[in-house]
Every structure is written in structure tokens, then in C-alpha cells.
Ligand binder design. Sequence first.
Ligand SMILES: Nc1nc2c([nH]c(=O)n2[C@@H]2O[C@H](COP(=O)(O)OP(=O)(O)OP(=O)(O)O)[C@@H](O)[C@H]2O)c(=O)[nH]1
Ligand SMILES: [Mg+2]
Length: 310
Amino acid sequence: MKRIHVMAAVIRNAAGQILIAKRPDDAHQGGLWEFPGGKLETDEDRATGLRRELLEELGISVTQARPLIDIRHDYPDKSVRLDVWLVTGFNGEAHGAEGQPVCWVAPSELGNYSFPAANAPIVQAAQLPERYLITPDMADEGALFAGLEQTLENGIRLVQLRQTQLAEREYRALTERVLARFGERFDWLLKGNEPPEYPGVGWHLTARQLHELGSHGLPPRSSTGWLAASCHNAEELSLAQQLGVDFVTLSPVLPTPSHPDAAGLGWEAAQALIGSINKPVYLLGGMSPERLSEAFDAGAQGIAGIRGLF
Ligand SMILES: Nc1nc2c([nH]c(=O)n2[C@@H]2O[C@H](COP(=O)(O)OP(=O)(O)OP(=O)(O)O)[C@@H](O)[C@H]2O)c(=O)[nH]1
Ligand SMILES: [Mg+2]
């Protein structure tokens, strides 16, 4: 089946809400909610196709957009490539120019709407931020907490508590103190052999855990937070996708101060690997905020970093 290239948009307004539209009952995947967009025409470039579709369907002129997530999905009757961009600037009042119902919803409410099966990773990408901080190992708890306060000021909201110098019991005790102090000001992910039991707190799997769980399946999770995994190659990305994680990190992209001799995947290989998985991917290894636009161009959700973001 020939794959249809579709341009679609996660449109975000100044209040942080996202626009969704209802597909006509008689259309493919009819009656479900969607991110506005449509088929790219022959010889049309991606940005032009996106602008044309949003003008036709919503009556808006896009002024600011960049790639968000690019996925391939095979329906029984149709194969699609959903090339989804994040639109953060536009002129005009968005309305259902083809008579379709549209509404602005908070990212956290997207889960209350029914989308086509292909859309699950798009919804996750719409809810996830551009930067994912992994805490550097710090023996000085005061300095760690001060760094986290600074992280909040820098606008970072997604954080993995990684403290490899600590034994399991100490890590648990630190987790309690961190959650007591910062609680819901961050979206947390924890490390460990069991899924965290704190409501809303996520779990970040190591590549080794991915391989182990690949044969046994995931343990039941009581937590409602994100499920993420560390990947380094095509095999691990594919395992992560099979296990149904919400997002992954892919590393190392560039040599890092801690591993100056490790070559890194490089941008080209990273881009090809991102294209092989239908999940939001954070690039890790030698990343800093100045690299964000390169990461978006490679198809990434954004960047993850230890020293580069702390
Ligand atoms: N626009 C859009 N299409 C989606 C989404 N999710 C998804 O599976 N699709 C599928 O991708 C294809 C998009 O085509 P479309 O129906 O929007 O195309 P279009 O605007 O050019 O419409 P037309 O075929 O009536 O000219 C459909 O098969 C649709 O089911 C989504 O979130 N937004
Ligand atoms: Mg359409």
C-alpha cells in the first residue's frame, strides 16, 4: 500500500491550549478528534503543505512552526505518514472553515478525547516539553536542591532523579525529601527496579532493564506518571516501542565531557534512528539548549541533558 504523507498540526495558543477538530462522520477515521491537517500534494514542500491545509481547514496563516513528531502507521485500509508540526504563531481566528467542530483544550485534557489509533504518540508529544533534565550525581544535597530551584526558574519541568552514587535505600530516602520539597512543581521520573508508587511520578528504564523486561513484560504499574527508557541503537528503540513506553532518550549523539573518546552517533544516524520509531525521542549526549533547533530538524522531541541543562 502506498503510504500517504499527511501534514498535521499541534497548534498551541498563548494560553498553552491546543486546537483539536472533529473529523466528519463519513471520512476515514470519521467521528474521531484529530489534529488539523491533510494530504501533502505532489511537489509541495512540507511547510507549504502545512500552511495550505491550516488556511483551508481553519482560516489561519501560520507564522511560526517547527517539526514535532513524524510517525508511520498502517491502518487495515490505509498507510499514513503523519508529519506533525508544532505551530506556535499564526494570524487569524481559528474556526472550522469546513463546518467541522473545533475546540481548544489544555494538554492534560487531551486524554479525554477519542483520536485515531495512530495519534497516541502525537498526544504524548503534545504534552511533553522540549527539555528533559537528568540530575547530575551530587553528594551535596543542598547544592542539588539549589540546582533544582534554578532549574525551575529556567523553565524546565521534566526531571529524572538520577543519583548513581546512592544505594537503593539512600535513593529512596532522598526521593521522599525531593518530592516533599518540589512535589508537583516538576514531572518526575525515578530510576529503580520497581515502578514508583507515588501518584503522577514516572519510571525511567535503563537499556538493561529494557532487555530484561523485553522477555518478561512490564510489571504492573500503580503510578500514573511517564514511562521512559534509555536507548542507544535500533534494537533498543524497537524494544521500547514494543513495551509501550511513552518516550525514550537516544544517546550518545555527540561526544560528552564525561566520555570524550566515545564517538557518538552523530546527527545523521540519530535522525535515521528517530525515523524508525513512533515515539517522542529526546537526544542525549553533548546536548545544550543551543542544539534544540538541530534536534527538532532531526525529528526529535527535544534534548535531554545532565550538565548541559543543570
Ligand atoms: N489530519 C489528520 N489526519 C489524521 C490524523 N490521524 C490520522 O490517523 N489521520 C489520517 O490521515 C489521513 C489524513 O487525511 P485527511 O482526511 O485530513 O486529508 P485531507 O484534509 O487532505 O482531506 P481530503 O482527503 O478530504 O482532501 C486520513 O486517513 C486520516 O484518517 C490526525 O490527527 N489529523
Ligand atoms: Mg484534513
